[in-house]
Design a protein. Structure first.
Length: 370
């Protein structure tokens, strides 16, 4: 008697969240908001900071859009989201517009996610890739990193208006360069021996991103609004987001971002921008690779970055971050947080103890390989 054998095939349903549904990009392209918005909604809640909300108010008024505005408060926190959800309800909002820097855009994305509404992101600087990604970070009301939230999609519309971003302080683009260049140094070690096609693609895109930033950042900073500047803005806001979308968590954050998360627990580091802390974290990660694995390539890469940081103004040390008076207890707390069991630092191909991380944090500019 023949037997019929049925093989049950298990499939992993992992969403591929590579890009927003639509991107508007160019000089003064924010004027197209009125024509692009109706397909998403007619009663937006506009979320931003006190300095960024006025930047698009004129556009909303000219298009007679029935919008209401709300600040995200002290930080992108659970408290802020709870309050904003009440505003969504009272305004009967049918979409969310986020305008501002990373925390404003993360707040808008998280709010839209929780309310199941479309979201538009309008970055006012090139300090992060938050406008692009399907991810939001939650902080405490005091600015301490808590956790991240994977979202079910990238934003529905991203508007990258070069004329708007050009008004941002130079420091924000420098920080964005630091945040974006981390993609290579983190993805290239985190992905390990994986041969998944999309991981390979993400790592190669990260290499291209690194090369663009190393080659063009200095020229971009000298000529805001110029061709090199636009390329670097696209790299920090758009291409950096693509890499995380293609490669997922394996190509998004490792030790550099773990160091950032730990540093947010030190009040004296709160004035430093996200990308500044991440840039310093790259040096710490490379120093760890030298110390723990004896990796001479990491030593060479760190020396290259130290020269690059000096050229464009990224922090190399704790002192550069304004932490010249940090105590041993504060540094130990930051290292413990960065090494907790759920930390991204454990995507490194070797184990790291808080004591090792502390040693790396105070020796990022050492010149000789040890």
């Amino acid at each position: 008697m023949e037997q019929t054998v049925t093989l049950a095939t298990q499939t992993s349903l992992t969403p591929l969240l590579v890009a927003p549904a639509m991107v508007l990009r160019g000089e003064k392209c924010l004027k197209n908001l009125g024509s692009a918005l109706p397909r998403l909604g007619n009663r937006p809640l506009v979320v931003g900071g006190t300095h960024t909300l006025p930047l698009i108010k004129t556009y909303l008024q000219e298009e007679k859009i029935a919008a209401t505005e709300a600040t995200y408060g002290r930080d992108c926190s659970e408290t802020s989201l709870k309050q904003l959800k009440q505003t969504v309800k009272s305004h009967q909002a049918d979409c969310i517009i986020g305008v501002g820097g990373g925390k404003a855009l993360d707040t808008a994305k998280l709010l839209a996610h929780e309310c199941n509404l479309p979201v538009v992101t309008i970055p006012t600087s090139a300090a992060t890739c938050a406008a692009w990604t399907a991810l939001g970070n939650i902080y405490s009301n005091e600015g301490v990193y808590q956790y991240d939230v994977p979202l079910n999609r990238c934003p529905d519309l991203v508007i990258v208006d070069y004329s708007l971003i050009a008004k941002a302080p130079k420091r924000t683009l420098i920080a964005g360069i630091g945040d974006a260049i981390a993609k290579w140094y983190e993805a290239s070690v985190s992905s390990g021996s994986s041969n998944a096609t999309l991981i390979i693609a993400a790592v190669q895109q990260a290499r291209i991103l690194r090369d663009i930033l190393l080659q063009k950042s200095a020229a971009a900073l000298e000529n805001p609004g110029g061709e090199a500047w636009r390329e670097v803005v696209d790299a920090t806001v758009l291409l950096a987001g693509v890499i995380g979308g293609l490669g997922g968590a394996a190509c998004r954050t490792v030790a550099a971002h773990a160091v950032h998360n730990g540093l947010t627990h030190i009040r004296g580091a709160h004035h430093a921008l996200h990308g500044e802390k991440v840039a310093y974290g790259i040096l710490v990660q490379l120093r760890l690779e030298e110390m723990v694995e004896g990796n001479k390539l990491a030593a060479t890469a760190r020396q290259q970055l130290l020269k690059f940081y000096g050229e464009i103004g990224l922090p190399k040390t704790l002192e550069d971050l304004g932490l010249e008076n940090v105590t041993l207890a504060q540094l130990r707390q930051a290292a413990n947080i960065a090494c907790n069991e759920k930390s991204d630092i454990h995507r490194l191909p070797f184990s790291v103890m808080p004591e090792q991380l502390m040693a790396a944090m105070v020796s990022t500019t050492i010149n000789n390989y040890q």
